[in-house]
Design a protein around this ligand. Structure first.
Ligand code: F6P
Length: 404
């Protein structure tokens, strides 16, 4: 009998806990696996010794609640292991794994988390350890390479499409012309912002402009386009990515705000929408407001995509099955085998970590202010299907909570 440990890392998604469910349920049902542990707050927490035993933490039916619980049940971290495999962190880490008799190590996260999987699997190989190390993907940014898409993106895209639709409806009530700028997450890849196009219901519908970080943003051109739109429309709705930047690579949010950096050294972005709102008021004297979706776009259980939930569970399950078959050093990827059917495959994690998949030019209109039908065809199947979230008599959702 051997044990399995699983951790979560990076920004949460609506279905990261569905993948956790897929891992834990498969492992608990597997006669070859004894204990199923969770790292609390990812590898950073594990190094500090904080783990939980799933049979104690979520006994019986309580485990089922994971499938509709947003956030990261185990807690998360933004922590990079040292690049140098000779660093003292690695023997310490492996001593802890041996102490817990871990044979299978699964890590659920995005690009930076796949870096952790890469380092641990390479160290295991170097020291001749038998531990199988696999990455289960997640990220609302949809920017992992070598996979059709990442769990978490479809639910966030569904949230974006639905909420943009609602905002367009709200913005259209007055006769007074006004501009609404919606800021959507995604530092360097505009997949999620592109999903705002799914909100359109008819030819010529809002959003009228969609700006991704893949395209250089020109402030003067933007103001001119909005001015022209205001001549024909009362409610001008524009969607921008948090990471829109000018031709020199400077983030638009940096024009007037002090941006910090997170522990990975990434700039913490916020404020592109607010900056543009103020710019339009100043240059055009029009009514303008900005809406920042912020974390709401990655934690909505109410708008979770059934397709996303099922695929996230499948990725977790496939991860455990692959580890049991002796696979290591891979990330679980999605292959689109037909329209619409996804199958899991294993892809070399070393070729995935620290890479970013951008929206390709073929999915962006020539003038850089909209997306093409190719993107709609790619994204539309992902957001389908409702998930019923268990709800209490008080009308609030029932989530799985970790007790400290
Ligand atoms: O994990 C991806 C993501 O949600 C990005 O879209 C966003 O830029 C970033 O995380 C925000 O990270 P945090 O919640 O750690 O500030």
């Amino acid at each position: 009998m051997k044990n399995l440990i699983v951790g979560q890392s990076g920004g949460p998604t609506a279905v990261i806990n569905s993948s956790l469910y897929g891992v834990v349920k498969t492992a608990l049902d597997c006669p070859e696996i004894d204990k199923v542990y969770g790292m609390q707050n990812g590898i950073e927490g594990f190094l500090k010794g904080t783990i939980l035993d799933f049979e104690e933490a979520l006994p019986g039916d309580k485990l089922e609640l994971l499938k509709t619980t947003p956030g990261a049940y185990l807690g998360s971290c933004r922590y990079m292991l040292p690049d140098d495999l000779d660093d003292e962190t690695y023997p310490k880490l492996f001593a802890k794994l041996e102490e817990l008799e871990i044979a299978y190590f699964l890590y659920n996260g995005g690009n930076d988390s796949m870096d952790t999987v890469s380092k641990i699997s390479r160290y295991a190989e170097r020291v001749g350890s038998d531990i199988k190390v696999l990455g289960v993907p997640k990220t609302i940014d949809n920017d992992l390479v070598m996979t059709d898409h990442t769990p978490g993106f479809p639910s966030a895209a569904r949230y974006v499409a639905n909420t943009v639709r609602e905002i367009v409806t709200d913005a259209s009530v007055y006769e007074t012309p006004a501009v609404t700028i919606i800021e959507i997450m995604g530092r360097h890849a505009g997949w999620l912002t592109a999903a705002s196009a799914l909100a359109r219901r008819f030819e010529g519908d809002a959003p009228y402009l969609i700006y991704l970080p893949e395209v250089d943003f020109d402030l003067d051109d933007f103001v001119k386009r909005v001015e022209a739109l205001l001549k024909d429309h009362n409610a001008v709705v524009v969607c921008v990515s948090e990471g829109i930047n000018d031709a020199d690579g400077k983030f638009i949010c940096e024009y007037d705000s002090a941006t910090g950096v997170d522990s990975f050294g990434h700039k913490m972005l916020a404020g592109a929408g607010k900056f543009l709102e103020n710019l339009l008021r100043d240059k055009l004297g029009c009514k303008a407001r900005s809406v920042e979706f912020n974390v709401s776009q990655r934690c909505s259980s109410a708008l979770m995509s059934k397709t996303d939930q099922e695929e996230a569970i499948m990725a977790g399950r496939f991860g455990v099955e692959s580890a049991l078959q002796g696979e290591t050093g891979y990330m679980i990827a999605f292959d689109r085998v037909s329209d619409y059917k996804i199958e899991c495959s294993l892809q070399d994690v070393n070729k995935i970590c620290n890479e970013e998949k951008k929206v390709p030019a073929s999915m962006i209109c020539d003038d850089g202010t909209d997306i093409t039908q190719e993107f709609i065809d790619y994204c539309a199947p992902l957001i389908k299907g409702n998930v019923e979230v268990p709800t209490g008599e008080d009308g609030l959702p029932l989530f799985a909570y970790r007790t400290k």
